[in-house]
Design a protein around this ligand. Sequence first.
Ligand code: IMP
Ligand code: MG
Length: 180
Amino acid sequence: MERKEYYDNLGRIIIPHKEITAKAGELAAAISRDYRGRELILLGNLKGGFRFLADLVSFLDIPVLIDFVSFRSYSGTASSGKVEMVQDMTIDAEGRDILIIEDIVDGGTTLDFLIRHLKDKGIDPERIRVCSLLDKPSKRKIKVPVHYKGFEVPDVFIVGYGIDLDERFRELNDIREYKG
Ligand code: IMP
Ligand code: MG
């Protein structure tokens, strides 16, 4: 794809990179405070949350274990409504707390599926919490908990800072609107 064409459909910057970094620092401070003395697994939901998880970790001052899960639910700019597991956890969660790290909670389908999956594995729901960089509350279809939240965003399609449109734009540092 031509360079110009690639950037043509990008809209306004919704959250500049500096603000994302500052927010990751704030959330990491709260997480460090809340989980001190416990054994915490940060469970990254690939791929959209990879940069957020890395930035969070850089600001934490408690030890953590890191694991990833991966789902498929989106195709283009519309959710398919179906969620499929691509990769499960590999770390034993027994006796440990889990903090799910999400890029964005939209309809809530993916997160609901993941939480149910963890409960089905026998993990105590009390030990499961969620940290999401972005929240699009106007799009919510299923009620899901978000214990640590970065920013609420309007109902626009978002790309950048790990978040994609058909695997593109994850490398952008700012979070931007995709106009299409
Ligand atoms: P949900 O299952 O509808 O909550 O969708 C959650 C997943 O859909 C997120 O983890 C993202 O990967 C993707 N998603 C939701 N909204 C957007 C968006 O605005 N841009 C890019 N991906 C999105
Ligand atoms: Mg995606």
